[in-house]
Design a protein around this ligand. Structure first.
Ligand SMILES: Cc1cc2nc3c(=O)[nH]c(=O)nc-3n(C[C@H](O)[C@H](O)[C@H](O)COP(=O)(O)OP(=O)(O)OC[C@H]3O[C@@H](n4cnc5c(N)ncnc54)[C@H](O)[C@@H]3O)c2cc1C
Length: 413
């Protein structure tokens, strides 16, 4: 008998879950209030980050905290009012950064990112969009001589984890990115990373592949989810939908749906912004560039050069705070000949759990309800493996990676 599934949320994570369940014979209905890939999965830097294996809250964070707390750094904006409404979350986030946790969390991130490029390459071929994949790596650059040691240390760390990279000096940087202004002293070319020229269009194309294969997409707002005799029902603005199982993949909105079920996920958000700037005549980049000292990514996209900001720890739905994106827009124009900014500023929210690892697995105490969110800074990269892991767990197959670090029960009782 055909098994059925509702997948709630059509960002990169939800679309990937839908495709993976469909591949295993499920009749899948994918529900989103918008078109697929219009939220966080639209606005990211487009990096397929094989080399991002160190969690954001690592032991090095403690040394930087003092410089962040005055809210003058582009890396972090900490809204104190928000912090005070949920102090335990922030304390837990810091507690998870202690050195004793580092190795296990690095191993967990490594398991998620190892197959990133390979999985997207295969999906993009199947979806007919191989031209959107750029296998030119990513480039990290430093503005001072201290960058030489930092680049070498990172190269050694990555090599110990089997990830190839190349240290570059000023000449090496201009050899591969001649349009960058010569303000960078050191660089690290992360050879195994890749990138896409429109993360929203990639998510949309994967959703179209799902439909071509017989999947159904319903554009409707989900208002609640609950058990029925046969399985799970989603109450939506278009009426109820039912299936044997339901997967919650609502990214930074997942907690809204789960709280009424008594599931306190400990999910919170790190907001981020982007702007598109146009290059002056003749200037171009061949890969995303991360300016370490100024804290931004500058990624070539279909729409121009996308500048993405650091972390804004404000309430998810509070008005924009453009302090960080203003700072990094200025920094990006020092790095590359870019026209003045004229356009709209996009804001999104990275879904984040205190240990910087996603929640992937069965919801405690709610048989048939599955959770797939919290992919933080890496959800474009790790969407496909998240989908495969969920589908394997649902079907009781041997999982492609160890699911233990991602089990919902680590936070939800
Ligand atoms: C500035 C920035 C830069 C980033 N750069 C990168 C990067 O370079 N590489 C990388 O791998 N990751 C990056 N990320 C992280 C990545 O974008 C996210 O982890 C990822 O997009 C999360 O995907 P998702 O499917 O979980 O969430 P989303 O893409 O947000 O999808 C959730 C979906 O749920 C839907 N939804 C919510 N509530 C409801 C409801 N009630 N009813 C119906 N539908 C609903 C929304 O419409 C949305 O489509 C970045 C993030 C930001 C903010």
């Amino acid at each position: 008998m055909t098994r059925s599934a509702l997948v709630l949320g059509a960002g990169m994570v939800g679309v990937s879950c839908a495709l993976s369940l469909q591949k295993r014979g499920f009749d899948v209905t994918l529900i989103d209030r918008r078109e697929p890939g219009r939220e966080t999965s639209y606005g990211n830097a487009g990096v397929l980050a094989r080399s991002s294996i160190v969690p954001l809250n690592n032991p090095g964070l403690f040394g930087k905290l003092a410089s962040y707390l005055g809210n003058r750094h582009a890396a972090l904006n900490l809204n104190w009012k928000r912090a005070m409404t949920r102090p335990s979350w922030l304390l837990r986030f810091l507690w998870e950064a202690r050195p004793s946790q580092a190795a296990a969390r690095i191993a967990a991130l490594e398991s998620l990112t190892a197959s990133t490029v390979e999985r997207h390459r295969a999906l993009m071929a199947e979806a007919g969009i191989p031209h959107r994949l750029r296998e030119t790596g990513t480039l990290k650059v430093w503005r001072t001589d201290a960058g030489h040691d930092a680049a070498k240390a990172e190269q050694a760390f990555l090599a110990a984890h089997g990830v190839a990279s190349q240290v570059l000096d000023r000449q090496g940087i201009s050899g591969i990115e001649p349009s960058l202004n010569p303000i960078f002293h050191a660089g690290l070319l992360c050879l195994e990373n890749a990138s896409v020229d429109s993360p929203g269009a990639v998510t949309q194309a994967y959703a179209e592949l799902f439909v071509q294969r017989g999947g159904r997409i319903e554009q409707a707002g989900v208002e609640g989810v609950g058990r029925t005799g046969a399985g799970w029902q989603a109450k939506t603005t278009k009426g109820p939908f039912e299936a044997e199982i339901a997967v919650v993949a609502l990214g930074p909105w997942s907690m809204d749906l789960l709280a009424p079920l008594g599931l306190d996920t400990k999910l919170d958000v790190e907001r981020g912004y982007h702007r598109h700037l146009q290059a002056e005549k003749g200037a171009s980049l061949s890969r995303p560039v991360y300016d370490v000292d100024a804290c931004y990514f500058m990624a070539p996209m279909e729409q121009g050069y996308r500048i993405t900001s650091g972390v804004d720890l404000s309430q998810r739905d509070a008005p924009d705070d453009h302090r960080q994106i203003d700072m990094v827009t200025k920094s990006a124009r020092e790095a590359l000949p870019l026209e003045p900014f004229a356009g709209e500023t996009w804001r999104g929210a990275r879904p984040t759990l205190p240990d910087s690892l996603p929640m992937i697995g069965a919801a405690p105490r709610h048989p048939g309800l599955w959770l797939a969110f919290g992919n933080q800074h890496l959800g474009l990269s790790t969407g496909p493996i998240t989908g495969e892991l969920i589908a394997a767990l649902v079907c009781e197959e041997k999982p492609p990676i160890d699911p233990t670090p991602f089990r919902p029960g680590r936070y939800i009782r």
